[in-house]
Write a protein that binds this ligand. Structure first.
Ligand code: SF4
Length: 226
């Protein structure tokens, strides 16, 4: 697992904050109370700094071939976090996850539940660099890159993670199932509830997936609102 110098800074920051505000501070944070804009801004800085600190990563072979490192986009305090498998061609060129046709469809679905990718939503991938010809992530690539994702989740602290597509879901959950068998239940990913739904690219290929996807997004909307 890569070593993060940032982890030590984070631990120091948390210890200092606890000393200053007392142990109740974190209980209040977890319940969403008393988190002032200054504290939120420090968390945002931590995420941006973390992204920058790994943006030249060469921990796996994908680092050599990328055009752009694709960290993630959205609200740094999002309750809802979408995770795909890896950047594709458009994402690699732009440095942003879920652009192109699939990304536009995801935006439309989000809009149907009155959400958007910049507000209370964060979008990223398991891998931060594009695999050649959009092949599936290799286990050794996941092994090197997943700790970054776990750290990202620790900083954002979403209420719900949504894995987009079978590859993202099986990679995160370490189970070998079809997408249908993983839908409709709450899984757990390092302590955060995780739901599985179709990848928007699959919806473009097969309109039959639209109805079950809509059911999934209704669940997602209700989960976040409650
Ligand atoms: S895919 Fe992840 S581990 Fe591999 S080079 Fe990119 S950032 Fe590093």
């Amino acid at each position: 697992m890569p070593d993060y110098p940032l982890d030590h800074e984070l631990i120091r920051f948390f210890e200092q904050t606890k000393e200053t505000f007392g142990p109740k501070f974190y209980e209040n944070c977890l319940s969403g109370d008393n988190v002032d804009s200054n504290t939120k801004s420090i968390w945002s800085d931590q995420l941006s700094e973390f992204g920058e600190s790994i943006s030249s990563c060469q921990e796996c072979q994908l680092g050599k071939h990328r055009n752009k490192f694709v960290f993630g986009i959205g609200d740094l305090h999002a309750d809802l976090m979408f995770i795909g498998e890896a950047p594709g061609k458009d994402e690699d060129l732009k440095g942003e996850p879920f652009v192109g046709k699939a990304g536009k469809l995801l935006d439309k679905i989000l809009s149907a539940i009155n959400m958007n990718r910049h507000e209370n939503v964060y979008i990223c991938n398991v891998l931060k660099c594009r695999p050649p010809q959009n092949r599936d992530p290799l286990p050794e690539e996941v092994e090197k890159c997943e700790p970054y994702l776990i750290h990202q989740i620790k900083l954002i602290r979403p209420q719900l993670i949504v894995a987009l597509g079978r590859i993202a879901a099986t990679t995160l959950l370490r189970i070998d199932g079809n997408l249908k068998s993983m839908r409709g239940k709450l899984h757990d990913y390092h302590g955060t509830p995780l739901r599985v739904t179709y990848h928007p690219a699959a919806l473009l290929r097969n309109p039959d997936f639209k109805r079950p996807t809509w059911e999934d997004f209704q669940f997602i909307r209700d989960f976040i609102q409650n």
